[in-house]
Ligand binder design. Sequence first.
Ligand code: COA
Length: 442
Amino acid sequence: MAQASLPDVSTKPFGQDGKALDGVRILDFTHVQSGPTCTQLLAWFGADVIKVERPGVGDITRGQLVDVKGADSLYFTMLNHNKRSITIDSKHPQGKRVLDALIKSCDVLVENFAPGALDRMGLTWEYIHKLNPRMIVASVKGFGPGPYEDCKVYENVAQCAGGSASTTGFRDGPPLVTGAQIGDSGTGLHLALGIVSALFQRNRTGRGQKVLCAMQDGVLNLARVKLRDQQRLKHGPLTEYSQYGEGIEFGDATPRAGNDSGGGQPGRILKCKGAPQDPNAYIYFITQAPVWEPICDLIGEPTWKTDPEYSTPKARLPKLNQIFERIEQWTMTKTKFEVMELCNAVDIPVGPILSMKEIAEEKSLRDTGTVVEVDHPTRGKYLTVGNPIKMSDSISEVKRSPLLGEHTDEILKDVLGFKADEIAEIKGSGALSAPPKKEKAA
Ligand code: COA
């Protein structure tokens, strides 16, 4: 029997009893990448996400990196699935009227404007909280409170300020940024967890709260193993870094470790058959201690299993370069997929370096909905990444991103309940449409 105050377990089959965030409505004031990543996830979990965009322009990414003339860019479409779009000039009095109505009828406001921009629209926390005490106001900013809090920040700035760039790349080369958008998308993911937690707390308190994710903090959270290494330095060299085996002294900050494994298990990227002509004919190979013996057998060095110079992880540490060179002689005789097959058969952890082309064509990713083909009215079919979080009772379907202002009318009428004359008044004021283009001087 169900416990008092808890609902009975649903009798509907898994995946057929709504979505996790059904009933949650989001006022999505986000743009570019970090905020939209967050609200897209919430939309995949079933929240009704209403994206507010500037009339005539919309999210700036609609027109960035355009590949199909006249259509929303992939930059935009791939970050704004499952949302509705309304255009509002937030600085127009009638626009403010619509925004106030949205604040009253939504559960969460998500924004990633430059610091102070929301306040300048008149939407301070105090104002919003008074209008709707249950509302959660979630923000991405570049930095948290401190010397840089007023700065505008983009992905690579966050990667640099969060400790990722200084620890990425090769020791003798410059700092590097990574292709994975850990500053933007990474912070959006963090924010989504903050929002869901705040919704959970609101069930208890009845009160909304502010949720802030600074991109610097989000990146640092993802780079925490490097702060771990920073502190280990006080107690001696970082023995799993190749520079230890090369006899190169450590400085006073965590160095760049090339492709050394981030964990305690030595690993490297090694060439396979076809490299370097094929830029992705490589494999990540981990010489995990428990599988050292199968590694020796595979590469044709059976004596290394018992030779005290090689048989223990400690003995191997100063010789990692030589050991990986020997393993590479073997991997170069095979394709990355052959290495993968042979190694996995004996539990050796390896990872083929997959190109985006290979990922796009990978059948298993299509089968799980991680890579999805979506149809769009102005650009046609395109590939996107679906929800990477799979839930058995809240199954995500990926719906195309909205056109600019596509849902303005239905939101005014059905969500906000404005009457026809009110809608006419608001629209007539110009608050929801682009200002007329100025005529060119003769
Ligand atoms: N109606 C009227 N004005 C609107 C509007 C709307 N619907 N939507 C936005 N605006 C206005 C803002 O109020 C702001 O005006 P103000 O500066 O006069 O107050 C203006 O548009 C520009 O907004 P802003 O956020 O400053 O955009 P930007 O293009 O200058 O800066 C970022 C872009 C990303 C650098 C900045 O938003 C930022 O630092 N965000 C926080 C960190 C972040 O998320 N960065 C990663 C983005 S992927």
